[in-house]
Every structure is written in C-alpha cells, then in structure tokens.
Design a binder for this molecule. Structure first.
Ligand SMILES: [Zn+2]
Length: 429
C-alpha cells in the first residue's frame, strides 16, 4: 500500500466513501440533514465534528414519526426489508433496509462466516428465533453469501433442533453463546449427545460471551468444536468478525469507521484503554448509522493480532454494556467478569447476580448459583476476592430454582438503581 501525504490508499478510499455517504445523507435524509449541514470532511479527523447518534434519539424520532421515523435517505418504496431491534431496555426500533443495503448486510455476515473458515460444502444450522429480529435473517443471507447451505431452525424447541441436527448433520451452528451452552446441556440431559457430533464450528453472537476464555472453553468442550465470536447490531450491521487464530473479534475497518471513545469526554481513548464503540457504516445508506453509539464497551488490544489480520483486535470481544458497568464500593465491575470467574469454577449451572445495599448502606453483591457441591461456595468467594478484589456472597441454590436463560441473558439485577447507577452517560459533542 503506497502512501501519499502520510495517508494510505486504504484510508483515502475510506475517506472518499465517508464523504460520499455524508453528502448523500445530508441532502436527502431528513433526520440527518440538520445534523450534518455545513460539515466538510477534509480528513478523517474531521469525523469528530459530526454529531454522535444515540439509540434514544432514533427511538424519539420513530415515536414522533411512526413507523420508521425520518432517518430514511430514500422514498419508502425503495425499502424491501424491515427488522426490529431486540432491545434489552424494552424499547425497540424498526429498521428498514433497501435491497442494496440488505445485500451489503448479507455480504458482511458472509465475511463473518468466511473468517471462521466456513464455505461451500458447509451446512450452517441457524439456531435463532425465527422472528422480527435481524440475527436469523442476516445469518441466513450471510450463509448464502459464503457459499454454504443454510439450515433454518427457527420456530423449534431445543429437542426438535437436536433431532434436526441428528438428521441433517450440520457442520456449523450459529446462535447466542448462552443458547450454545443450553443446547449442549439439553443434549446431555436428553441423552442426545451424538446429535451435535457433526458440528465443527459454533459461531456465537447477539450477546457478549464467546470471547471470554471460560465461556469459549465450555462451548468448545461441550460441542467438541471450535467456538468463534462475532459482533453486530441491527442499527449498524456486522462490524466485528471472529479472529480465527487467536480468539476475540476484529473490527471491520474496511466497511466501518470505528471509534473507541471515553463516554464522559467524547474523546478517543488511548490505545489499549476501555471505551465505548462508536461506528459509522460506510456501505449502508438507506437507514444510515453515522457515529452511532453502540453502548458497548470494548478495549482494542495494544498489539496487532499475531496472525496479521486487518482491523483492530478486540482480544476480549465485547466487555459489556457501558450502562451495565456497575460501581460497587468505588470499583468499576463488569458483571461479565463475575460470570467469567463463575464459569472458571467447574460444574456450575444457572446463576443470578444481585447488587443491593445493606441496612448500613454498604453496597453488596450476592450471587445465587447452582453448584455441584455446596462446599464450592467458599472457594468461589475466595477467588472473587482474590481476582476481582470484590467481596461477594455466594448462595448455593438447587437446580431448577433459577429461571433458565436462553436468549439475551438477564442474569444481573441491580436493586440500588437509580441511586448509584444513572442512565447512559452523556457524551460531549
Ligand atoms: Zn486475528
């Protein structure tokens, strides 16, 4: 790659695509027009002059202008697909795509599958809900973009899915990490272990987890297959592909401009520091994502991935929601770190993490967990103290007491809200 004025050809191409996107959207998209008016992009650094977009703003726009809102670049008859976001906060967006944008979306999922080594001859079982959410449909299109066969398993319960695995012998499974664990456990309890034997690769997405070493190890052991992580949002499209060599995720910096920002200042964090992922999708113009706040917390690895893959390397994957980060006795704690330690402790089942305030107004953490032996509770408490510096009360519960989580897991309860945990911090513009 040659350089000119210190800029690589790759960066020049990205800047040209960004300018084209912003010019088109500023002219035709009512939601964006006022926001982007008068902005000139002389270099990539000028991206910082564009306003950030939050989900709250898109929700308010849709509420004021149902059903799609005004973040539309084209006339409504240009749109051929629509999906709903699966909001953990209860508020969902309708996101329409043109045929061109949908092809871009599927090509992106195709890139996810190819990065995981999937191609012609593979049969990809899609163990996602067959509903209004993007995951199933994008994975379906992506499988075809990768030249593999899609085996749709929406609208089935776990036993029906296991029977389908047994009969059709898929080589790849796509699902959430929570469901990968659940399906393997169901296979064991139903004595259907052989059903998963044909699967060589499990590609997880939809929630963090598959980049956590302990979660990945559990899935790989239970499926006797390799586990890969991927990342994307309905609002943005697929912006993270698996690193097949070293785990974690690579940002797709060819199709996205990705920023990692300090949520309190809005400035880029130093290399290797924790920040919120903000993305601009270069190839989706119909419902554009321009400096879209994902709300997800990431940390780019300080060194490039040893395999030399392009795109910044999030070796730990997605660390959690920015607004999931819990401040407990002055410490920043991600519930995923507690989950990691629980999963490191062998033979645990479901769990529930509760943050609460005791009568003396001290912040406390209680973890109810299904343990193979109640005696393990003390060992886990000691580990939490040692590894996280956190005093945690481990409460063993009998199997079946806690609700089984399958989709986006809701295992964390903060009873202190809103006293110590406010809404998403506002980013400076
Ligand atoms: Zn890599």
């Amino acid at each position: 790659m040659g350089t000119e004025n210190g800029t690589t050809a790759h960066e020049q191409l990205r800047l040209a695509r960004l300018r084209e996107l912003v010019a088109l959207v500023a002219e035709r998209n009512p939601f964006q027009a006022a926001r982007l008016a008068g902005v000139r992009l002389a270099s990539m650094d000028d991206l910082r002059r564009l306003p950030l977009t939050s989900k709250e703003e898109l929700l308010a726009d849709q509420a004021a202008h149902p059903p799609h809102g005004t973040n539309l670049t084209y006339a409504p008859d240009r749109y051929t697909h629509v999906h709903q976001t699966s909001g953990t906060l209860g508020a969902t967006l309708w996101i329409p795509d043109t045929a061109e944008d949908w092809a871009w979306m599927c090509a992106g999922l195709g890139a996810v599958l190819r990065a995981a080594g999937v191609g012609p001859g593979d049969r990809v079982a899609l163990a996602y809900s067959f509903g209004p959410y993007l995951a199933f449909w994008a994975a379906y299109g992506g499988t075809q973009a990768a030249g593999a066969m899609a085996v749709p398993l929406g609208g089935m319960d776990s036993v029906q899915r296991l029977q389908a695995f047994e009969e059709y012998r898929p080589t790849v499974a796509m699902c959430t990490p929570t469901y990968a664990v659940h399906l393997a456990r169901t296979a064991r309890s139903m004595r259907l272990e052989g059903a998963l034997a044909s699967v060589r690769r499990v590609i997880c997405g939809g929630e963090p987890g598959a980049s956590l070493p302990a979660v990945r190890a559990e899935i790989e052991a239970a499926w006797d297959a390799r586990c890969f992580d991927q990342y994307g949002l309905s609002e943005s499209g697929p912006c993270g592909i698996p690193c097949a060599e070293h785990g974690g995720i690579h940002l797709r910096e060819d199709e996205f401009v990705c920023e990692i920002l300090d949520p309190s200042s809005g400035e880029a964090v130093a290399e290797g520091e924790l920040g919120e992922l903000v993305v601009t999708a270069l190839g989706r113009t119909g419902y554009p994502a321009i400096r879209y706040r994902t709300g997800d917390s990431v940390r780019a690895h300080g060194e490039p991935c040893p395999a030399g893959h392009p795109g910044r390397w999030l070796s730990e994957g997605i660390l959690g929601r920015i607004d999931d980060m819990v401040v407990i006795r002055g410490m920043n704690v991600f519930p995923t770190a507690i989950e990691q330690l629980l999963r490191d402790s062998a033979a645990i089942g479901e769990f529930r993490i509760t943050f609460y305030r005791d009568p003396a107004a001290m912040d406390e953490v209680k973890v109810e967990v299904e343990l193979a032996r109640p005696l393990d509770a003390r060992a886990i408490q000691a580990r939490m103290r040692h590894k996280l510096g956190l005093r945690v009360r481990i409460v063993p519960v009998q199997a079946g007491v806690l609700p089984v989580q399958q989709g986006k897991a809701r295992r964390v309860h903060d009873l202190r809200r809103p006293a110590t945990a406010g809404p998403l911090p506002a980013l400076a513009r």
